[in-house]
Design a protein around this ligand. Structure first.
Ligand SMILES: Cc1ncc(COP(=O)(O)O)c(C=O)c1O
Length: 388
């Protein structure tokens, strides 16, 4: 797209999608595709879900925006709904995952300060991903994404993910918070060893630091639990959500235990659009669909099936994940070509690195759609694998 007036931050494919339904997408030529990416783990309830579309249309016809100078019903209702799902956490609403992380970082420093802790440092994980704004990018443990924009925000320490000893060594009285993904998504769906999150919880408690879990990608049913940390039976002090929250409309949320949330006072943090009536109505409808259609359980069951099918298909590759957040790592750099050929064959896929495919389909994907997708994928990938 040489004549585009868009800044060149992406290299979009030439395929132009014009509509969707459930796990299916349709391009401008009328061709159908099975979507195994869900707009980067966003469209959990599927594309154009009628209940979400109706909620958006109804609210848009009533009131779109008044700012947070005034209370609006949908935002209050959404906060209550999220509190019910999280044993009473309080919400700050924003517009993206990175913003949810920014809010969490500010909240943690303020919480330490008003509790008399001289603690400003954050401990994060190597290869972790938390977004592209300066704070979130500083928390991100990927030097290639950070280097062009140095100097970054100070006070971030990165330790190898999944390594309890390294975490223990990095945590001291000067740590405001530990910020981790319960499963690293962008790094290629890295599931930490069982016990890692509990150890992080205990280490934080030992020094009075907060545990912030970035569930932007893993939250809201994707891994077969409402939140991925529930697989380990621990609770974070602060949790970041976005992606699936508003069914595709931009919305993020920073949730915190009430005692931590009260560290913020009016004027500390804000967002003009955060928690707007339309995105809140969309989120309420999305959460309803996830609950009433049993999508958390579906993610668990369908995810198990997907992982076992992939492992049978390529016994030499490493298949990992949880629920419907799954990756396949090949021993050679075939992922980019597989993604390109799959698209030509009517399958939307994503590679997190040259040798790793990521699967994050809508949680509503049917068994038949998955059968079709895997048959196409096997054909396409085997053609690539035999020529490399
Ligand atoms: C774990 C995690 N945190 C934060 C973000 C950033 O979210 P956004 O792109 O909405 O700012 C992402 C995006 O992929 C993510 O996966």
């Amino acid at each position: 797209m040489n004549d585009s007036y868009l800044m060149p931050t992406y290299k979009p494919s030439a395929v132009r999608f014009v509509s969707g339904r459930g796990a299916m997408l349709v391009d401008s030529e009328g061709r159908e595709y099975i979507d195994l990416v869900a707009g980067l783990a966003v469209a959990s309830v599927g594309h154009a879900h009628p209940r979400v579309a109706e909620a958006i249309a109804k609210q848009a016809a009533k009131l779109v925006h008044v700012s947070n100078l005034f209370e609006t019903g949908p935002q209050e209702e959404l906060a209550t709904r999220l509190a019910d799902l999280t044993s009473g956490m309080k919400s700050f609403f924003c517009n993206s995952g990175a913003e949810a992380v920014e809010a969490a970082l500010k909240l943690a420093r303020k919480h330490a300060r008003i509790n008399g802790r001289d603690a400003t440092r954050f401990v994060c994980a190597t290869d972790g991903f938390h977004g592209r704004t300066f704070g979130a990018l500083s928390a991100t443990g990927q030097p290639a994404k950070q280097a062009p924009f140095a100097p970054l925000v100070g006070g971030f320490t990165h330790v190898p993910y999944g390594d309890i000893a390294a975490l223990a060594q990095a945590i001291d009285d000067d740590v405001a918070a530990v910020l981790l993904e319960p499963i690293q998504g962008e790094a290629g769906v890295i599931v930490p060893p069982h016990g890692y999150l509990s150890a992080a919880r205990a280490l934080c408690d030992g020094v009075g630091a907060l545990l912030i879990l970035d569930e932007v990608q893993t939250g809201l049913g994707r891994t077969g639990a409402w939140f991925a940390h529930q697989h380990e039976g621990i609770d974070p002090d602060v949790m970041c959500l976005a992606k699936a929250l508003a069914g595709g409309l931009p919305m993020g949320a920073c949730l915190a235990r009430p005692e931590v949330a009260s560290s913020f006072v009016p004027g500390d943090h804000a967002s003009t659009f955060g928690g707007g009536p339309v995105q809140s109505a969309a989120a309420l409808a999305t959460l309803d669909v996830i609950e009433t259609d049993g999508l958390v359980y579906r993610a668990l069951v369908t995810g198990r099936r997907l992982m076992s099918d992939l492992a049978n298909m390529w016994p030499g590759a490493e298949v990992r994940g949880r629920g419907l957040l799954v990756a396949v790592e090949f021993s050679s750099d075939v992922a980019t070509e597989i993604v390109e050929r799959a698209l030509e064959a009517g399958l939307v896929l994503n590679a997190t690195s040259p040798n790793t495919l990521r699967f994050a389909p809508p949680l509503v994907i049917t068994n038949e759609q998955l059968d079709d997708a895997l048959a196409t994928l096997e054909e396409v990938a085997d053609a690539v694998l035999t020529t490399t």
